[in-house]
Design a binder for this molecule. Structure first.
Ligand SMILES: [Zn+2]
Length: 435
């Protein structure tokens, strides 16, 4: 394995690099240093080592020093004089610019941190976060060195810029970086040489209810124009986005139901993300009212504003949560009332094996799920019609639990009753989440 010093000599013979860009190639080695210090330390050590080799009669060392001289970007003149090594003066005076950043990185950090700091002080921001857009050619040059020398402990220039600008702004302003809920996000765009300001998303946790059928979660368009379903939860969120002056919305929902399934009772939990809102302080009840004004078929209960980390917990909870459904079931043959009682007993605590339903096989991989039915309660409405209340694990396909999906779901109501059962109507009554 080659030493850090030998690799660095190889790199510097071929590529001129500033202290930061050299140090960044080994950014994860050594702690409590910045990359400029790493780079300077490596260069200093290399020069000292070559000096020692020359003093001890190593014949190849003067040549290495000569090759490094135009690229190492380190004061060498007095050493060369002392060693009586003559290098064409021009070569030394015109040290080449850094291969990766063209000698701009320190200037970038300095310039942008001062401008951002000034804005923070002038507008009394309470916290901030830095984002950076780096031109592709810089990223490509950095990557080419990383690949060529199989560098392992590097970090990207993007990361360094974010951190160093953030650090510098913090020093000047005494205002802290906040990764979770920053007051303002400053995007340093080095492609266009400007600073963009963004407001972090407002994330609002609540529940939605679908009081009618054929309502989708997101807007579905058929041919990029006409909507497949007239109403969606997203439509309502978009409608309400005007009260925070957001330019877009996204929904984060734990699980989904078919469009023809109503969501009643306590509703399904969701986080509405309002992107880049100009207004940040809002009354949650005002937001709830606005959402509820959108349509009589879609209702919301807004609970609180949350952090981004909450979304992943909400999504994880979908597969471990339990749900209560109400289904109207029609059977081909009439069912004896004793058989109904037996069905309730049979399915209590039963694990159901489900291969991916035929109706969604186009979209999803064919796998087998095992989900538990906790309990079933049935109210018989007619000899071949009953209302079933099903409490089950999240992720169970309820329509298939009823109809059996040609044997792909087993056991099923059809299988147990010995006659084809069909789910006419389905409603979600309760979604329990473990957040
Ligand atoms: Zn550089």
């Amino acid at each position: 394995m080659r030493s850090l010093v030998d690799t660095t000599i190889d790199i510097l013979i071929k590529y001129p690099l500033c202290n930061r860009c050299l140090g960044r190639l080994h950014a994860n080695l050594g702690r409590g240093l910045d990359n400029a210090e790493r780079g300077k330390a490596l260069k200093t050590y290399i020069i000292m080592e070559l000096h020692r080799r020359i003093l001890e009669g190593d014949n190849s060392a003067p040549e290495i020093l000569r090759l490094l001289a135009p690229n190492i970007k380190f004061p060498l003149q007095s050493l060369l004089n002392a060693l009586k090594i003559s290098i064409d003066g021009e070569t030394l005076n015109e040290m080449k610019k850094c291969f990766i950043c063209n000698d701009t990185i320190d200037e970038i950090i300095d310039l942008y941190s001062k401008r951002i700091a000034q804005h923070i002080l002038e507008t009394a921001r309470k916290s901030f976060l830095i984002g950076v857009v780096v031109p592709n050619d810089i990223l490509e040059r950095e990557n080419s060195i990383v690949k060529e020398y199989r560098i392992k402990y590097w970090e990207s220039i993007k990361r360094e810029l974010k951190r160093e600008i953030g650090k510098r702004v913090q020093q000047i302003t005494n205002v802290n970086v906040d990764f979770d809920k920053p007051d303002t996000i400053y995007i340093v765009d080095l492609v266009h040489n400007l600073i963009k300001m963004e407001s972090p998303s407002l994330l609002i946790f609540g529940y939605y209810l679908k009081l009618g059928r054929n309502i989708s979660q997101n807007i579905w368009t058929k041919d990029h124009e006409s909507k497949k379903y007239p109403l969606s939860i997203e439509d309502a969120a978009k409608y309400a986005s005007s009260i925070v002056n957001a330019n877009d919305v996204a929904l984060h929902i734990a699980g989904r139901e078919d469009v023809d399934v109503r969501v009643l009772g306590s509703g399904r939990p969701l986080v509405i993300e309002f992107k880049n809102p100009l207004k940040r302080s809002i009354s949650l009840s005002e937001l709830e009212n606005t959402l509820n004004n959108f349509s009589r078929w879609i209702k919301f209960r807004i609970v609180m504003s949350v952090s981004r980390e909450f979304i992943s917990r909400l999504k994880q909870s979908a597969s471990t949560s339990f749900k209560i459904y109400r289904a109207i079931v029609l059977t081909e043959n009439p069912i004896d009332s004793n058989k109904i009682v037996e069905l309730e007993h049979y399915f209590k605590g039963l694990i159901i094996q489900q291969r991916t339903p035929l109706r969604i096989l186009r979209r999803k991989r064919d796998t087998v799920r095992r989900k538990k039915v906790f309990s079933v309660k049935i109210l018989q409405l007619a000899p071949n019609l009953f209302e079933a209340f099903i409490k089950c694990e999240g992720g169970l396909y309820v329509k298939e639990l009823i109809n059996g999906d040609n044997g792909r779901t087993s056991p099923s109501f059809s299988e147990f009753l010995g006659t084809q059962a069909k789910c006419l109507e389905l409603d979600v009554l309760y979604v329990h989440e473990y957040i």
